[in-house]
Design a protein around this ligand. Sequence first.
Ligand SMILES: C[S@@+](CC[C@H](N)C(=O)[O-])C[C@H]1O[C@@H](n2cnc3c(N)ncnc32)[C@H](O)[C@@H]1O
Length: 239
Amino acid sequence: MSGRSPEHYDKAYFDKWYRHPTHRVKSPAELSRQVAFVLRAAEFVLGRPVSTVLDVGCGEGNWRAPLKALRPRVAYTGVDPSTYAVERFGARRGLMQGSIDALDSLPLRSAYDLVVCCGMLNYLAADVLTRGLTQVAARTGGVAYLELFTREDRFEGDTQWPPPRAAAWYRERMHEAGLWPIGMQMYVTTASRERVSALERLYPPPRPRRHGARFWTRCARSAGPKTVRTRCAVRPRRW
Ligand SMILES: C[S@@+](CC[C@H](N)C(=O)[O-])C[C@H]1O[C@@H](n2cnc3c(N)ncnc32)[C@H](O)[C@@H]1O
């Protein structure tokens, strides 16, 4: 499990970070835009409409409504350890109780067109994350959207998580799990990497050059308004 118990993610948690006007970090409009981007990017890679979505660490299942608005026939399944979320929304929104590193124990499809881990991977202890990525890769039939922030990023929102590691560390874990980054926090698996062109795949990861980490940290720090908002939110880019 993560460093926090499932009881941490109770009604008060979701009221604070999803509904409180001061603490909420993502509006319904921002969520809809994120969902639309991820869905359409996945469909571009697949070359057809997405018909199945697995949302791991789904919380209250708030990706379901914007997904259904765009693809009414999509089969949405959420997985989350929160007793509150599953008891309250499980039947209505298709959520089941479970952890990312124990997907094998759940009655899931063998693969999904789109697997989503939004605003949840940063909460996990390293061993859970490592095991979880392998399980996510095994269920990814098309594209995985794996939102994860590193120590090179800047955060606001609920940042009570284990200290983020360097981007290079996460890249290695993804690589070991058989996940190929294609940009914008999206991945394809080794089995389906030919769906994207060679230049869209960001592997092999560049070897860090001497002082490379420090260089990138400085770049990120001087990047002005690119502060990352946690819990699945990135500060909206201006069009
Ligand atoms: C900030 S919420 C994100 C919820 C949702 N994905 C969203 O985008 O709104 C973090 C979620 O991660 C879930 N979580 C924590 N540990 C987990 C684990 N080991 N496996 C799956 N989900 C986990 C929590 O229960 C919580 O619902």
